[in-house]
Ligand binder design. Structure first.
Ligand code: SF4
Ligand code: SF4
Length: 386
């Protein structure tokens, strides 16, 4: 007897009958109507991979958005509330969608409504408040001795964007970035780019902050944060905002040599590295070849099977949903250990922190692998004078 193909349970083409009858105006209708419920996005969705639950998939969440838009569900519906925050916002679903669904903007519109006027997680509101305080950001950076230039802001050089988390947590990253972009300015008086606002229920505030950053930093802005890159590029354009691996490849950066270490036999060997992509850099801007190209010049590069899949940091997700964030990260840590690398490289401060924290217990048990930002390795390799 021939086997019948297993047809997945596909939800009703949602709200087909509701369109044009009732709309709350939460979502851009052109975006919301694009999904054809094919399900191609399910295999790449990290939360669907964890639970195998339709409502925790991109298709399931679009179904929920349509129910919210049509009034079939109220914003205080527990499933809506749960899924609005459970989604990582990684946008992996966009990369495989045959209908061109732009999930990222829809998630922003969803959270703008779902988390409006004090309805969202209190921690998200506090984070939005904290990163909007420019003086506080500057103080945290000064304490950590981040790279900064003094004097008036010039408009004839590139500017290094310092980032709010990075300047407090990883000052060596901004110092390395300045060393790699000769002549670049790094004005201390620059605010947060607003990505955190845009992803946490205040897209208007996020847009305003990105535009303000554009006024603070005239000309080309170079960022070491893949997460911020997609948000700022959306509002300032890709000519103005360039992520650093993209910048270095475009400008023809070459290392002075490879980074070496000693193997178990005591003989010199190139360091072995792997990379964790930044979701928004890869899925939002399509930048993924560039960091690999740079790493291959300075090290033995090993591709991580799940490099393109979210590490669970996802902006503020690791703070808002720490348990789920760890569940997403766990299989990746096993892959990193199996790859037997010296370094796992991040291109985003959130991913760097996530990997560092995730590796701590394994390092305590003797593992040698370290998490570093791409620019920290590149600067160690030195720049070749042409
Ligand atoms: S792949 Fe695109 S069209 Fe298909 S279900 Fe997912 S979001 Fe909808
Ligand atoms: S953004 Fe990421 S977690 Fe959210 S639905 Fe898309 S693939 Fe899943």
């Amino acid at each position: 007897m021939s086997e019948l193909p297993i047809v997945p349970q596909v939800p009703r083409p949602v709200d087909a009958g509701d369109h044009g009858v009732h709309r709350r105006g939460i979502f851009d209708p052109e975006l919301l109507d694009r999904c054809i419920s094919c399900g191609f996005c399910l295999p790449v969705c990290p939360t669907y991979a964890l639970d195998k639950d339709e409502q925790s998939s991109p298709r399931g969440r679009i179904t929920l958005m349509r129910a919210l838009e049509s009034g079939r569900l109220e914003p205080d519906d527990p499933t809506l509330q749960h899924e609005a925050s459970y989604c990582l916002g990684c946008r992996a679903c966009e990369t495989v969608c045959p209908a061109g669904v732009e999930y990222g903007p829809m998630l922003e519109q969803w959270r703008d409504h779902q988390w409006r006027a004090g309805h969202g997680p209190a921690l998200a509101r506090w984070l939005r408040w904290a990163v909007a305080r420019r003086r506080m950001l500057q103080l945290s950076g000064l304490v950590r001795r981040f790279a900064r230039t003094r004097g008036p802001v010039r408009d004839d050089v590139a500017h290094v964007m310092l980032g709010c988390a990075e300047r407090a947590l990883f000052p060596a990253v901004s110092q390395a970035a300045r060393a790699l972009v000769p002549g670049a300015d790094a004005p201390a008086d620059q605010g947060c780019c607003g990505a955190l606002h845009a992803h946490n229920g205040d897209s208007a505030g996020g847009r305003e902050m990105a535009l303000r950053l554009g006024r603070d930093l005239p000309g080309t802005i170079v960022t070491t944060s893949g997460g911020c890159a997609a948000h700022v590029a959306e509002h300032l354009g890709r000519d103005r905002l360039v992520e650093i691996s993209d910048y270095l490849v475009r400008t023809g950066w070459k290392p002075a040599g490879r980074l070496m270490t000693r193997g178990a036999d005591g003989r010199p060997r190139p360091i072995r590295v792997t990379l964790q992509d930044s979701c928004h850099l890869r899925n939002g801007l399509g930048v993924h070849r560039q960091p690999r190209e740079l790493l291959e010049q300075i090290a033995e590069y090993v591709e991580l099977p799940s490099a393109a899949s979210c590490c669970g940091a996802a902006g503020s997700y690791s703070i808002l949903r720490p348990r789920d964030s760890k569940r997403v990260l766990a299989p990746k840590l096993d892959e990193i250990m199996a790859a037997e690398v010296d370094y796992v490289v991040a291109v985003n401060p959130g991913c760097l922190l996530q990997l560092k924290q995730g590796l701590l217990p394994r390092r305590a048990r003797g593992a040698k692998v370290k998490a570093v930002h791409l620019v920290e390795l590149l600067v160690r390799a030195g720049s070749r004078a042409e």
